[in-house]
Design a protein around this ligand. Structure first.
Ligand SMILES: Cc1ncc(COP(=O)(O)O)c(C=O)c1O
Length: 374
């Protein structure tokens, strides 16, 4: 029997046709044709003015911080449970990440946990739309406004999610998406930076192009900066996927419904939340186990793996990682972030590939029930 993968894309002839066209024709004066179409369509989809296609979401966060002028001596608040890519760029620019606790329902940062982390040095917050869930953006924006701090929305995992009818990725001064191979919309590797602010967009454009001013003399750099560009083959793949976005999102929701139906009879399992104000695009179907089962995430993953099922651990709190061992704020977070430390050890992401069938989901759920009944 083939193993059931934890994530993976849905590629059709349309994607193959667009990439084939890009590799044959997107050169010379047409080198940017797919970037332009992808960026324009993506900005329109999310409802934001400017979009910049980049090699990764990590580079999009890096550029956002730089364009906002954040650097040495500044603090940036980030939820404790997220992929390290949300926080590492804070270190790249010489600022300090401060790890906020998560909300027990959405698993995202809350206004209260943000407020707990604010100091006179705080310049920004990076709320993360974890696994497709969206935090309570109104209250987060209220706190951000009150303390005059910028929001960089990390919507890496949340294409298609909504809060009060607006798309995830439209709530910050800047917002970012990932198109890594595991994501609902993929370009293999890739990312997007979005903003409504022309000044941020223009600054990011210079920073991502080795410090060249748009339209300046060739090979004339006004500062030392970065080289962050997506290839046209990736942009073509992204455009094809974006043109199919409703179909991709419908399938994710269908898969979540199948999981929900199969697990409805199980006590002690909590699935991804969808509060009334949000629409969750369910990037990764996630379960939190009641500790009464006596199994932690590592043991559960191991048991499922023995049955050919690949899963992922819920993110370990960043403050628990060796990478942040020497951080003062990690020490504070370990004491303070009770919810992150309560949920993370007992939660995993179930298989969420776009090609997953109803039969496979039933097999995953039957196996899970069997493992938990022992
Ligand atoms: C929440 C979050 N932020 C940032 C990233 C970074 O994305 P990329 O791998 O495209 O740099 C990811 C990627 O998985 C992510 O899940």
């Amino acid at each position: 029997m083939q193993r059931i993968p934890v994530a993976g894309p849905w590629i059709t002839q349309k994607e193959i046709d667009y990439v084939t066209d890009a590799v044959a024709n997107a050169w010379y004066e047409n080198a940017n044709m797919y970037h332009e179409r992808f960026e324009k369509a993506f900005a329109a989809y999310v409802g934001v003015k400017y979009a910049m296609a980049l090699p990764s979401c990590t580079s999009a966060i890096h550029l956002s911080l730089l364009a906002l002028g954040i650097g040495k001596g500044d603090e940036v608040v980030v939820p404790d449970c997220t992929w390290i890519a949300s926080a590492a760029p804070i270190n790249y620019v010489g600022a300090t990440p401060v790890f906020a606790d998560i909300d027990p329902e959405t698993w995202c940062i809350s206004a209260e946990s943000l407020e707990d982390c604010i100091s006179p040095r705080t310049r920004a917050v990076i709320p993360v739309d974890l696994y497709g869930s969206v935090p309570d953006m109104d209250s987060i924006r209220h706190v951000a406004r009150k303390h005059n701090i910028a929001i960089i929305e990390d919507a890496a995992e949340a294409i298609g999610s909504e809060y009060k009818g607006k798309c995830a990725g439209s709530f910050g001064e800047a917002s970012v998406f990932s198109f890594h191979g595991s994501k609902t919309l993929t370009t293999g590797e890739g990312g997007m930076l979005l903003t409504d602010r022309e000044d941020l967009y223009q600054r990011a454009a210079v920073l991502r192009d080795h410090g060249r001013q748009p339209g300046s003399v060739m090979f004339w750099n006004s500062e030392v900066a970065y080289k962050y560009k997506m290839s046209s083959m990736q942009a073509a793949l992204g455009l094809a996927q974006l043109e199919r976005i409703e179909e991709l999102l419908e399938r994710k929701r269908q898969q979540f419904e199948w999981y929900k139906e199969e697990l409805a009879t199980m006590d002690g399992i909590t699935l991804n939340a969808e509060p009334a104000s949000t629409r969750n695009a369910f990037w990764m179907v996630t379960i939190v186990l009641d500790p009464k089962f006596g199994l932690n995430k590592t043991q559960l993953m191991e048991s499922l793996s023995q049955h050919g099922i690949d899963t992922r651990p819920f993110f370990h709190p960043l403050s628990s990682l060796p990478a942040y061992e020497d951080s003062k704020w990690a020490h504070v977070a370990r004491e303070r972030n009770a919810i992150a430390y309560r949920i993370s050890p007992y939660a995993i992401n179930l298989p969420s590939s776009l090609m997953l069938t109803k039969t496979q989901i039933k097999y995953v759920c039957d196996t899970l029930k069997e493992v938990l009944s022992k």
